[in-house]
Design a protein around this ligand. Structure first.
Ligand SMILES: Cc1cc2nc3c(=O)[nH]c(=O)nc-3n(C[C@H](O)[C@H](O)[C@H](O)COP(=O)(O)OP(=O)(O)OC[C@H]3O[C@@H](n4cnc5c(N)ncnc54)[C@H](O)[C@@H]3O)c2cc1C
Length: 425
């Protein structure tokens, strides 16, 4: 959609007459936008393009590739475009930007209106099966018809949530033109563990904790919220680390162990000093009572402030069990060895072993068309002139926070903007 609009805009700017056709296999456009952000659409993120790249794209190769597109069509451009169709957006404290309406459909409606005004011909319910090059022309074949054009932009998305239409068709088409496809892998995906968490914990959320994955001598870590599910774990910290975990377990075949650090801001010695102090001051207090009122992830070493809530009651028996502590043990009866064992569990509570990082369940899929085969200043194939590729089918994946939609809009816009004009030598 962004690519088609940009193509029209550049045609208008230069007085070129052209016909622009958008082919969509679904009955309507923007199926992923409709379900994005839980139906509220986290459309982009606050900050300069440099800040978005820094916060949203953790791999430097991907940052370098996306840089040009994010400057060429930034969050400010996107918000102005939406505003031009009456869609006001607002920022949350964490920097995420949503339409004020709280409705993802308003974003889709804005694009639909813009596409109508731009006289973009739209064909729905027609799945593109192949694209061929015949001389200077491209022939695009859907199930029912063929279209020809001077330039083609492939914007078919990733491979997760396949019911939205993203089944990797564009990837196969890119390969038919000689493009390399890097291994597809899940990103922003939940984790399934070999042993499911106890049902009593299902739905429980731990705020701002440290989420740790280890395997093959590697230690990966993110701080954020973690959610217990009936098959494993989800929540921002888990989603963010899922791509690295998938790489670790599939590329090096490693067994990946998961842990939660309930005190990510405290070094082991600091936490030990706090527990020791507690033992000296309140010898008759039961350790489990102390844990119940203990703040999760206390900030700045302040154990009196429960900014992220306290350790959930449902977790206490498991913490006691893992530390091999009796239910009614008090500080005065807790020897040093047991205190150290509690300390170890609080800093690395075992969550289980990864069974699967489900590709289909990822909010995005990583992998796809190799970035070094795409000109990042045009989004044009370096293999086939006038073939453009953009969005999630390229081998990048952003963090949660509106970065993926922004990257899709930015790369799409750049592709459309350049599609009418040959590259300058
Ligand atoms: C549940 C969920 C929530 C998300 N929430 C957010 C969020 O809040 N913020 C954010 O930034 N990102 C979010 N994302 C990610 C974001 O939606 C995607 O990264 C983004 O939509 C990718 O844009 P795209 O244009 O590359 O592909 P898509 O938006 O997937 O669009 C590809 C289109 O191509 C069509 N297509 C595919 N194959 C063919 C074919 N053969 N012929 C014709 N048409 C075809 C598809 O039907 C689809 O409409 C979310 C994703 C999911 C799954």
């Amino acid at each position: 959609m962004a690519a088609a609009l940009a193509a029209r805009q550049s045609a208008l700017c230069t007085g070129v007459h052209c016909s622009i056709t958008l082919l969509e296999r679904q009955r309507s456009s923007g199926s992923k936008i409709r379900i994005s952000g839980g139906g509220k659409c986290n459309v982009t993120h606050r900050g300069t393009p440099a800040e978005l790249l820094e916060k949203g794209f953790l791999r430097s190769k991907e940052r370098r590739f996306l840089r040009h597109a994010l400057y060429a069509f930034s969050n400010a451009h996107l918000l102005a475009l939406l505003r031009s169709r009456g869609v006001e957006c607002s920022e949350r404290a964490d920097g995420k930007i949503f339409p004020v309406s709280g409705d993802a459909l308003s974003v889709v409606a804005a694009f639909e209106g813009l596409l109508r005004d731009a006289a973009v011909k739209q064909h729905f319910s027609g799945r593109v099966r192949s694209v061929e090059r015949k001389g200077e022309l491209f022939i695009v074949n859907t199930e029912a018809a063929s279209f020809s054009g001077d330039a083609v932009i492939i914007a078919t998305g990733g491979v997760s949530y396949s019911h939205t239409g993203t089944t990797g068709d564009g990837l196969r088409i890119a390969r038919s033109f000689g493009h390399t496809l890097n291994r597809l892998s899940p990103a922003l995906a939940p984790l399934y563990t070999i042993k499911s968490p106890p049902s009593s914990l299902c739905g429980l959320s731990l705020r701002s904790i440290g989420f740790i994955a280890t395997g093959g001598g590697m230690r990966l870590e993110r701080q954020g919220d973690l959610l217990f599910t009936h098959r494993g774990f989800s929540g921002p910290a888990v989603l963010s680390l899922s791509r690295d975990i998938a790489d670790l377990s599939s590329q090096s075949g490693q067994v990946v162990h998961l842990f939660a650090d309930l005190f990510p801001g405290q070094r082991v010695e600091e936490l030990e000093a706090h527990l020791f102090q507690q033992g000296r001051k309140r010898g008759s207090q039961m350790v489990r009572k102390f844990l119940q009122s203990c703040p999760l992830a206390p900030q700045g070493g302040n154990f009196a402030l429960a900014v992220h809530g306290t350790i959930p009651t449902a977790l206490i028996p498991l913490l006691m069990q893992q530390s091999a502590l009796e239910v009614d043990v008090t500080w005065s009866t807790l020897g040093r060895e047991k205190r150290l064992s509690l300390l170890a569990v609080l800093k690395a509570f075992p969550l289980g072993i990864v069974r699967e990082v489900p590709l289909e369940q990822g909010e995005v899929s990583a992998g796809g068309v190799a970035l070094n085969e795409i000109n990042p200043k045009r989004m044009e194939s370096r293999i086939v002139p006038n073939l453009f590729l953009c969005g999630e089918l390229l081998d990048y994946a952003g963090e949660i926070g509106g970065f993926n939609l922004q990257a899709a809009f930015s790369t799409g816009w750049m592709a459309g903007n350049n599609a009418l004009y040959p590259a300058q030598e």
